[in-house]
Write a protein that binds this ligand. Structure first.
Ligand SMILES: Nc1ncnc2c1ncn2[C@@H]1O[C@H](COP(=O)(O)OP(=O)(O)OP(=O)(O)O)[C@@H](O)[C@H]1O
Length: 284
């Protein structure tokens, strides 16, 4: 995927909290994600990460997009809702932070994981067999039997695996994961991240991974793009970024990642601390 100069604006009448004129949420962002590549989009809350992801899939019809998003050589900006429907879920899938709201509590796991296949006409039996295979890949124990279970019978980590299975069952080429582990405890978070990395490798799946937590991208992403106030400030390989971050904001993000060998009595510096030390101010 090739994103070039993508801007996302809220028209004046849709602005929450009022204000004159359109409000720019994403400002001329450019980013490339190659097949099988894992790219992390990192930044503080409100920096525009989710808006970028949602704009790629055109999930919010009230937002105005400009610039270009090329997917498999075709332009998506302005391509229309019909075309986007053939892409969402089948070619590019998205998973969100809260696995509970992503799942319908009154539908079985089988119905939900198989849905992308059944809506496109695959016979139910075949679709359920695929769903069970996918759950098995994601190490959901007794996958076949669990197809009849309901989301409420699963723990948070298992639910996120179900959500991942639903996102991957139709064999997309790209997954956009928006803070998929933020709601999970640290141990479960690690398991889900490992699974995501493993599936990306095995399925040659490109991943755009959105997080405010730079601490979790090291083992996962090939490249990191850092976002501040709607714009990218730095984009590097993970190793380069950690070895020598260029932008003061990135140095702030790295400086605020907790270290296991740090003195427990020392207060962690915030991104704002770092930026004010370097003469830049954070808006957040
Ligand atoms: N309709 C709107 N009117 C005004 N501001 C908006 C509107 N929609 C979104 N925003 C603002 O756009 C900004 C970017 O939001 P976005 O969700 O992309 O940030 P984020 O970096 O993903 O952070 P988070 O992790 O908190 O979701 C936020 O400050 C949000 O309040």
């Amino acid at each position: 995927m090739s994103i070039d100069g993508l801007s996302v604006r809220v028209p004046e009448k849709e602005r929450i909290g009022g204000g004159a004129g359109d409000l720019t949420l994403v400002d001329r962002l450019s980013l490339r994600i190659r097949p099988g590549e894992r790219v992390a989009l990192v930044g503080e809350s409100g920096s525009g990460k989710s808006m970028t992801a949602r704009a790629v899939l055109q999930l919010d019809p009230h937002l105005r997009l400009s610039g270009s998003v090329r997917w498999k050589g075709q332009e998506l900006v302005g391509s229309g809702e019909r075309r986007m429907r053939t892409i969402r879920g089948r070619e590019i899938s998205m998973i969100f932070q809260d696995p509970m709201t992503a799942l319908n509590p009154v539908l079985t796991i089988g119905e939900q994981v198989a849905e992308t296949l059944t809506v496109h006409g695959m016979p139910k039996k075949k679709a359920y067999a695929r769903a069970a295979e996918m759950l098995d890949r994601l190490r959901v124990p007794k996958a076949k039997e669990r197809l009849r279970a309901y989301p409420g019978e699963f723990s948070g980590g298992m639910r996120q695996r179900v959500v991942m299975a639903a996102a991957l069952v139709a064999g997309p080429d790209m997954l956009i994961a928006d803070e998929p582990t933020t709601a999970l405890d640290v141990r479960v978070q690690e398991q889900v991240l490992d699974l995501l990395e493993e599936q990306s490798r095995e399925l040659d799946l490109a991943v755009l991974f959105i997080t405010h937590d730079l601490g979790i991208v090291a083992g996962l992403a090939h490249r990191v793009a850092v976002m501040l106030r709607g714009a990218l400030v730095e984009e590097r390989t993970v190793d380069d970024l950690f070895a020598c971050p260029r932008h003061p904001y990135t140095r702030g993000l790295i400086g605020s990642v907790p270290r296991l060998d740090a003195d427990p009595g020392i207060r962690l510096k915030t991104v704002a601390d770092h930026m004010s030390m370097e003469g830049t101010t954070s808006h957040a």
